[in-house]
Design a protein around this ligand. Structure first.
Ligand SMILES: [Cu+2]
Length: 197
């Protein structure tokens, strides 16, 4: 009598499969509407063109640059970065600003950096002072915002990931595993190539 059970079982499976597919389709329709409002959470920012360079003036500091693209419908925020301790003691989000009309040699910079940077190694010795023109000054920022559907470029003279307390000078051609933390997303890890500039 097993010959009867088999078709029955098969029919049962077919029914189950059919209802499963139907249910699945309904669910998809249902979540599509919901997903629209939460699309920003589902689409993490994309990081590209990451590279780092050693500061020509500070032996134990470096800077990394990269491009962040945000295809979602909500602004994204880069809130932190890190590298393995074998590369550097810490990584900070910095911005470089040009200070016009300042003739001093970094006295105000020292005050600005003092809280986050032990010693005065950064003051007056910023990697980005190679920019021509006025005084360049760096300061730590809490976050770097990437507008919805927009792109932000971390580049010399602007935003950068500052590597402090380098274990050893960055070697051109090597790769730095850079971990980027975006608010509301899993950390993004990119390989940043060390270049001369
Ligand atoms: Cu910096």
């Amino acid at each position: 009598m097993t010959s009867i059970r088999l078709p029955l079982a098969a029919a049962g499976l077919a029914l189950a499969a059919a209802s499963f597919v139907t249910g699945c389709g309904k669910d998809e329709t249902g979540t599509t509407a919901a997903t629209t409002t939460t699309a920003a959470i589902a689409a993490p920012p994309v990081v590209s063109d990451a590279w780092c360079r050693t500061s020509p003036m500070v032996a134990d500091a470096g800077a990394c640059y990269l491009v962040i693209s945000n295809s979602s419908s909500e602004a994204a925020r880069l809130v932190g970065a890190s590298v393995p301790p074998s590369i550097a003691g810490k990584a900070e989000l910095h911005e470089t600003v040009q200070v016009g009309g300042m003739e001093g040699s970094g006295t105000t910079t020292g005050a600005g950096m003092g809280s986050s940077s032990p010693g005065g190694t950064m003051a007056g010795n910023m990697p980005d002072t190679t920019m021509s023109g006025g005084m360049m000054q760096m300061r730590e920022v809490d976050a770097i915002e990437v507008p919805a559907g927009g792109t932000v470029e971390l580049k010399p003279g602007g935003y950068h990931v500052m590597l402090l307390e380098l274990a050893e000078p960055l070697t051109e051609g090597t790769m730095v595993p850079l971990t980027l933390r975006f608010e509301g997303f899993d950390p993004v890890v990119v390989e940043a190539e060390v270049r001369s500039g």
